[in-house]
Ligand binder design. Sequence first.
Ligand code: UDP
Ligand code: MG
Length: 336
Amino acid sequence: MSATANPEKSGNINRPPLVTVITPLWNENDAIPALVAALRRLFQDTSADWEWLAVDDGSSDDTAARVRGEMRGMARARLVCLTRNFGQQAAYRAGLDHAAGDAVVFLDADLQDPPEVIPEMLARWREGARLVVGRRRSRPERGVRGLLLRGFHVVFGRLTNNVMPHDSGTFGLMDRLVVEELKRLPERNLFLPALRCWLGYKQAEVWYDRHERAGAPKQTYAKLFNYAWNGITSFSEIPLRFISWLGVTLCVFATLCAALIFAQRVGQWFGWWTDRLVVGFTTQTIGIFFLGGVQLLCIGIVGEYLARIYREIKGRPHYLVERVEEAHDRDVLKHE
Ligand code: UDP
Ligand code: MG
């Protein structure tokens, strides 16, 4: 793909660039007023035209109705309603498929990632970066959640040779070119924060402090774990290699034990060794349980990769759209 849709980069300076802000929403009823107020402030920046693309990820509360109400009076806003809850990454993917912008911004609804940083991202984009990644100088999550999130970034960085900047998340801006290339990737196991970096386009970073979340996290532990494991399995084969290393280590250990016992037996025959080596019930039981556990763990890791291959082969869509609504008339445009 050679052309870029960025009018400034393509020489078309007659109109300001259109920037789409994609927000996935799952039961975010309470977050919407503050989100919309922040977006309205952002949209006062006249150096760009703005589009808000809200993706309702199968909310069971009034999220869609609230967005519908708030969209009124916005120059350009759209609501994409998915048929059910497909998860945050699928919702962002739906946003990518529907965004019209020359640049596209990923913004969570909870304002943990401040929209005030977006103009700085736009500036980096105008300077030529195809991808601008938000990096967290600090994050508010404490306790077990904070520990797990920090731990994930360290492990993920090591396993993937730092495919994406440390402590970055979904918050970021992409050029239309990056969006089109992302859309061309066929994979079902989406981990967009790393995939967009993996494409390799010129990248810039913007630092920010992550805010406290208003309301309960919508990414539950189960969803976060799945998301993290998807990320690791899509970008690293080291867990599989770990099984081989473990197998080699255990074989070496067993061989050393066998050699030791053999040496003792030989020593006893020749009378060099008088002590008897007693391998008792406890040692054997621990050994059997330990090896049983290791084997199940290894089968589990292989199974996780297999499950992902299975998911890819089935080729089901990332999401299904119930309807798309537009700001100006709030009419249903199309059914998909
Ligand atoms: N979200 C979603 N579908 C889900 C879970 C979350 O669309 O199944 C949205 C949620 O409404 C929010 C964003 O994804 O806009 C991030 O969720 P959250 O703040 O809970 O995640 P975290 O900050 O822990 O990444
Ligand atoms: Mg959040």
